[in-house]
Design a protein around this ligand. Structure first.
Ligand code: SF4
Length: 260
């Protein structure tokens, strides 16, 4: 196949402008690769059908979303048992803009994101040291559970560090100050876009941990604290960026084909 130039690729009318600005960069699992210029430039010689790849991925994320909905009620019960008040969201102290810029790295949200990432790493390290995967391959049912576990692990590990990174980006955008310029008042905020990507990573990670529980029921107790950690982080990010959930990411949050 002849290698196409960037101009040729970019002239495709199906592409969605800027779709790659607020995605999670997980192209392998992206349901909109056929609308993305970044993907096109990286896959010019790839012969597989992008459309069937997108349909498969859309179904994957739909399933994970339904798991998240089911898990929400359980989270409240686990929090109650653990004596955690999920509604208590500590107020952040007002600080000067300059000071806040200096403190992004040590911001409570950044620290909470990193703490979760480390806790997830510890969990998988302990898991890998104590389980023989070959023992799980005995029956068809076991194989299905193993596949589910591997899918969940892939999701968790994809977002494990990205949650903190995107949260830090959201905090940085805000502390930079340019979002507060009066002439930008009507524009969506980059900080909200980044916070939304972090929140989606949190949602998907919670659902994926629930899939881990369903695959490995004897590990439920060790995974509940991770889910609660994520749930608290979710509430804190939502509290700090109340408009984030409403941010419309090009492509992902639009009804594609609808007039603007
Ligand atoms: S929009 Fe999808 S295909 Fe494009 S860079 Fe993001 S994840 Fe990859």
């Amino acid at each position: 196949m002849r290698r196409r130039s960037l101009t040729e690729l970019a002239s495709n009318p199906d592409l969605i402008s800027g779709i790659y600005n607020y995605c999670d960069r997980w192209c392998e699992r992206c349901p909109l690769t056929s609308r993305c210029l970044v993907y096109a430039t990286e896959q010019v010689d790839h012969h597989n059908s992008q459309e069937s790849h997108d349909v498969r991925n859309e179904a994957f994320w739909r399933r994970l979303t339904s798991v998240l909905v089911d898990t929400q009620e359980m989270i409240n019960e686990w929090a109650k048992e653990a004596g955690i008040d999920l509604c208590h969201v500590p107020e952040e102290e007002p600080r000067s803009r300059k000071r806040r810029r200096q403190l992004v790295d040590n911001h409570p949200l950044t620290r909470a994101g990193k703490k979760y990432a480390n806790a997830a790493s510890d969990w998988f390290r302990e898991f890998d040291q104590t389980i023989e995967i070959s023992d799980l391959r005995a029956t068809d049912a076991d194989r299905e559970q193993l596949e589910q576990f591997e899918d969940a692990r892939e999701v968790i590990q994809w977002y494990q560090y990205q949650i903190a990174v995107k949260t830090m980006r959201a905090l940085s955008c805000r502390t930079d100050g340019w979002e507060d310029e009066p002439e930008l008042a009507d524009f969506p905020k980059d900080s909200d876009g980044s916070a939304k990507v972090a929140l989606i990573g949190i949602d998907r990670s919670i659902a994926a941990w629930r899939l881990v529980q369903l695959s490995l029921p004897d590990r439920i107790d060790s995974t509940v604290p991770l889910i609660l950690q994520l749930e608290r982080l979710r509430k804190r990010v939502e509290n700090s960026f109340p408009e984030a959930r409403d941010f419309v990411r090009p492509g992902f949050d639009e009804v594609i084909g609808a007039p603007n």
